[in-house]
Design a protein around this ligand. Structure first.
Ligand code: GDP
Ligand code: MG
Length: 714
């Protein structure tokens, strides 16, 4: 017989860690809430008959956001045989609120108190027997990262599930409320599932619209129920829903007082670190310094050594020479040599050459996340963003997008406000993902190798542009509204486990290797073909006579005002829409990298195509214009409509183009000695418009929307 066990709990209490430990899978674990937005299933290690489901984190069973609905619906409608309710032991007060609701579902529950390693280190003690008595279910202490107690929790749950007995919920409310619930129960017992009688009684008491609609009562009984509820409400001077909420908290407070023994302590280490890193004045400089350091190591120093080696020695020499020897000894045709050596090895090899560097970057970003630092950054950003009407909630998708925009866009599901959610989908890919890193790295190596600032600036500029766009968009009717409240538990800092960080790094990187072997492989072959043959399908001596040159030239005027209007630059930009790193693969193929001795040659090739100014403009356009097809697809799915997708893409094109244009036009005047002409004037006008949009007052009509929002919220 198949048994279903659900993992439920607050965000960030370690559910996915426990899930991975129990099932042996490697789902994304992040030290911040909102990482698991969809449910995941797996089989308990060595037990084919036990299915474990990892659910998105929830604070209560009255859902507000999309991923909360996923969890609630699963628990209510999918009838798991048992629930493991995971709880963050360092924060029982908040976590037990959900527990008081879960035990009402009539499903066997095991309470697993996680993070026991931290609890013990703090010197606190939790009385398990007291908790078992308070909630009427078994309680297990676990430390999911260390794999302690996980099995015990699972076995207890299996045992309960096998017995199949429903959990009889403990009365936890005050006498008048319990009496009323009893009256309600008697009136509704024929209408609802008897194992869930108490749950429904409470929902009637709260006047839950969905439940009332699904299980209507005959008029006379409804009246009866109404009268009893109103009596209690009058007596307690509060409405049903608030009474229930308050009494849940009162019960929890009482339980925690009796069952948790706190060690008297001064500031914890986490508190002391937080004093510095979240300090009003220091927080931002510290964040900038961290990002600079991460990029300095992964792009400028260590990373560039690794990339030089993979590009020059591994692909540039060993693989290329090996392949050339092999092909010569077989005696293949010239065109096939060209395709394999120039097209595939040249293009794919160059892109793969950046993978180690990307892994170093991901390693550091994973470190920052797993240690708990990035959660602080979200908090800092919230403080900063809120002043402009943005919510820090948008920052979690942005963090995830620094690996890949697709999961970043999906992570916007945690944002309940539709305006904010759409805006975040639209802006989150401004943060450079791994693939854009390849472009940044290549261009920095070629044009800006003397500056360690250009690469981190691209990351920080991404955040700045998100803030800028947020501010100007919030003033429009389409996106107006109060920023969503952002409540986030700051997890305690902990030393990241090497295994965790490596898994995380690998999860983010493997995707690029797969892409190199598939999409980039095909694209480079195609680019090679189109650039080696003319319209008459004969191989051409000079790439400028190729099919690709012809195609590129027909649209290169579009990019001329940005300074890279050569057909090669145009083709690279277009091919970057397939996958961002394709821009580099394409430039490598077009500059015949594999013919030369090493990557310095591509660099020389690219170097002769761009000036420092047009290189910067190329980079900016490609970082901010619409992301790759995969991310555009995700945008369209999450926006759920062509109109919003077009608005998003339109804005991205506009911003990317404006940045490239201003950079190139003004940069040429300032650094290349071009004369001050029409382009430069237009660039100044664009800057003027941007400043106006930034500082203009909120239009009166939209202010009304804001005010109404405030009243509704109050
Ligand atoms: P979820 O949101 O509930 O799925 O939580 P995750 O599994 O993503 O874990 C959140 C964070 O808590 C991660 O950084 C984990 O490494 C960390 N974590 C999980 N379990 C434990 C534990 O037992 N002890 C400690 N110290 N950290 C844990
Ligand atoms: Mg999770």
């Amino acid at each position: 017989m198949m048994l279903k066990i659900a993992l439920a709990g607050n965000p960030n209490c370690g559910k996915t860690t426990l899930f991975n430990d129990l099932t042996g899978s490697s789902q994304y674990v992040g030290n911040w809430p909102g990482v698991t937005v969809e449910k995941k299933e797996g089989k308990l290690k060595g037990r084919k008959d036990i299915v474990i489901t990892d659910l998105p984190g929830i604070y209560s069973l009255s859902p507000y956001t999309l991923e909360e609905v996923v969890s609630r619906n699963y628990l209510l409608n999918d009838h798991p045989d048992a629930i493991i309710n995971l709880i963050d032991g360092t924060n029982l007060e908040r976590n037990l609120y959900l527990t008081t609701q879960i035990i009402e579902l009539g499903i066997p529950v095991v309470l697993a108190i996680n993070m026991m390693d931290v609890v013990k280190k703090n010197g606190d003690r939790i009385n398990v027997q007291q908790l078992e008595k308070a909630f009427g279910c078994p309680v297990v202490q676990t430390s999911a990262v260390k794999g302690v107690g996980s099995k015990e929790a699972a076995f207890k749950a299996i045992e309960l599930a096998k017995k199949g007995k429903v959990l009889v919920p403990k009365p936890i409310f005050s006498k008048p409320v319990e009496d009323t619930l009893e009256t309600i129960s008697a009136s509704i017992s024929k209408q609802v599932d008897p194992t869930r009688l108490r749950w429904y009684a409470i929902k009637y008491f709260e006047r839950d619209e969905k439940v009332l609609a699904a299980h209507p009562l005959p008029d006379d009984r409804l009246e009866n129920v109404e009268t009893t509820i109103r009596e209690v409400e009058d007596r307690m001077e509060d409405d049903g829903e608030s009474i229930i909420t308050n009494e849940r908290y009162e019960y929890i407070e009482q339980i925690v007082r009796h069952s948790v023994h706190r060690f008297e302590k001064k500031l914890t280490i986490s508190d002391r670190i937080d004093r510095v890193v979240t300090n009003r004045f220091l927080s931002l400089p510290i964040f900038i310094a961290m990002i600079w350091f991460v990029y300095y190591v992964s792009v400028t120093t260590l990373g560039s050594i690794v990339t030089d080696w993979t590009n020059d020695t591994l692909f540039g020499t060993w693989v290329t020479e090996g392949a050339t020897h092999l092909l010569n000894s077989i005696g293949t045709a010239d065109w096939l040599n060209g395709l394999i050596v120039d097209g595939i090895i040249g293009g794919v090899g160059t892109v793969l050459g950046f993978v180690p560097q990307m892994m170093i970057l991901f390693f550091f970003l994973s470190l920052l996340e797993d240690s708990g630092y990035m959660a602080r950054v979200a908090f800092i950003m919230d403080r900063l963003f809120r002043r402009f009407g943005l919510s820090g909630k948008s920052f979690i998708p942005i963090l995830i997008s620094s690996g890949c925009g697709v999961p970043g866009i999906m992570a916007t599901r945690t944002i309940e406000n539709d305006h904010d959610r759409r805006m975040t989908i639209m802006l989150t890919t401004f943060i450079p993902c791994g693939a854009k890193m390849v472009i940044i790295t290549m261009f920095v190596a070629t044009f800006f190798h003397h500056s360690s600032w250009v690469a981190p600036t691209m990351y920080l500029l991404g955040i700045a542009m998100i803030a800028f766009s947020g501010i100007i968009l919030k003033k429009t009717k389409m996106f107006a509204g109060e920023p969503a409240p952002f409540v986030m538990e700051l997890p305690a800092y902990h030393l990241p486990s090497l295994k965790g960080v490596l898994i995380h790094m690998w999860e983010r990187s493997k995707h690029f290797i797969v892409k190199a072997g598939t999409i980039i492989f095909i694209a480079c072959g195609l680019i090679w073909f189109l650039s080696s043959f003319g319209w008459n399908l004969r191989m051409v001596e000079d790439v400028d006579h190729s099919i690709l040159a012809g195609l590129g030239n027909t649209i290169s005027w579009v990019f001329a005002p940005l300074g890279f209007g050569s057909w090669k630059g145009t083709v690279a930009t277009i091919s970057a829409l397939v996958a961002k790193e394709n821009a580099i693969g394409t430039l490598a193929v077009l500059n015949g990298v594999a013919d030369e001795e090493n990557t310095r040659a591509v660099i020389a090739g690219i170097g002769s195509m761009f000036t420092g100014v047009s290189a910067l403009s190329f980079m900016l356009f490609n970082l901010f214009n619409p992301p790759c097809f995969a991310a555009i697809g995700a945008t369209s799915r999450e926006m759920g409509g062509i109109k919003w997708t077009m608005i998003a893409l339109g804005y991205q094109v506009l911003l990317g183009y404006a940045l490239g244009f201003v950079t190139y036009q003004l940069g040429s005047v300032l650094f290349l000695g071009h004369s001050f002409g029409f382009g430069a004037v237009l660039a100044l006008v664009i800057i003027g418009i941007a400043i106006y949009l930034l500082v203009r007052p909120v239009p009166a009509a939209n202010k009304m929307i804001l005010d109404r929002g405030q009243h509704a919220g109050a």
